[in-house]
Design a protein around this ligand. Sequence first.
Ligand SMILES: NC(=O)C1=CN([C@@H]2O[C@H](COP(=O)(O)OP(=O)(O)OC[C@H]3O[C@@H](n4cnc5c(N)ncnc54)[C@H](OP(=O)(O)O)[C@@H]3O)[C@@H](O)[C@H]2O)C=CC1
Ligand SMILES: O=C(O)CCC(=O)C(=O)O
Length: 421
Amino acid sequence: MTEGSLLDHALVRLDEAAKHLNVDADVIEKLKFARETTKARLMIRMDDGSRKSFLSWRCRYDDTRGPTKGGIRFHPESTADEVEMLAFWMTFKCAVMNLPYGGGKGAVQVDPRKLSKAELERLSRAYMQAFARIIGPDRDIPAPDVYTNSMIMGWMADEYAQIVGQASPAVITGKPLALGGSLGRGDATARGGFYLVRHLADELGLKGSLRIAVQGFGNAGQHIARLLASDGHKIIAVSDSEGAVHASDGLDLDRLFAAKNSARSVTSTAGQHGHELLAGDALVGVDCDILVPSALENMIRVDNADSVKARIVLELANGPVTSEADAILEKKGIVVLPDILANAGGVTVSYFEWVQNRQGFYWQIEEIHDRLRAIMEREGRAIWDVASKKEISVRTAAYVHALGRLAEAIEAHGTQSYFDS
Ligand SMILES: NC(=O)C1=CN([C@@H]2O[C@H](COP(=O)(O)OP(=O)(O)OC[C@H]3O[C@@H](n4cnc5c(N)ncnc54)[C@H](OP(=O)(O)O)[C@@H]3O)[C@@H](O)[C@H]2O)C=CC1
Ligand SMILES: O=C(O)CCC(=O)C(=O)O
């Protein structure tokens, strides 16, 4: 990538969308900066008795459309800049889906795989202690992201309840069912993308059994592999942080799930069940119909975009394709179903969880799936139509779609209000 912050790179998509919509320059100016980013150093006691500190952040990027919403990432390379970029994307994602939320995100700079369960719990509780002042069911509502999960959300919800002196399940989503979590949140990110692809299959020219490559094999990656395989498609390549495996006749998914469940890499299955090892970045260039990035940002860049052979890229990860790589994929005729639409199933079911927590009445799984499918299809169709009508990429169309809603809300608040915020 060229010079500039990560957020600067993300803002390229906003500038591109603004060319296709008549919005006030003040609106664009407001959306170029995070409202507030809070930093804290979390100090915890390690199991050996020593104390260790970890940098952490929570960004409330924009709250024009409602309380800020977005996950918390635990990753050794997280930075404030990355958190702001992810929170910017959440702002647009919630607007794409017409959820009554703004965008936020949080992170701790840590490799959670190196912590014991007790250390991880102390760190999760320390995060909530540090940020409880800015978090709240009507203010900022966290959820899981990379290397965080429902267990961590449960600890954080418990810590928040202790701080405010009462149960407050709507403060955080992606919780365990026993603490007010929602049915269907576990696979929601992948399921949203799955519904989207099924709905647009004709427009995307997708027929019959398809060959799929999945980059990243955690929450998003494992669920999309399972959903697409159960729909008759072949998962021919998957990767995780240690490498990739490939089988042109289809990988043995049960073996891969078993490896991940026992904390082994997908590469541990190589040389068995017809799985062959793939070198480093090679998964991106595997000959397949749909490539599903489900790991981290900036995985498809100028240096490897040309190798992509898939016809469709389904972005379950946030920001897996750089803006420079977008241009290369577009030139090759590859359709990218962009993150702010394709992975929005996660935050949509988080919204359902928040609604259920507030009303104290819980829905059956069929209702969750029906509502998710309806919203994915409604917003996916609207964005597809904008892309076709304006002859722009699906990504730019998604930004145009969201920007229209954000502009309307910013203007409705009144100019004095937003300049003062
Ligand atoms: N969880 C959610 O609800 C949502 C997640 N997302 C996005 O989806 C993406 C994945 O999140 P999620 O599935 O929750 O995270 P997880 O922590 O569950 O899984 C992340 C996966 O990515 C793999 N990975 C890490 N680095 C690399 C690498 N360099 N190459 C290949 N694989 C790698 C990890 O490997 P290993 O197993 O070896 O550690 C792991 O399998 C992120 O971009 C996230 O922001 C978007 C919307 C909602
Ligand atoms: O479920 C949520 O609230 C947010 C999930 C998230 O962080 C994301 O969509 O990137």
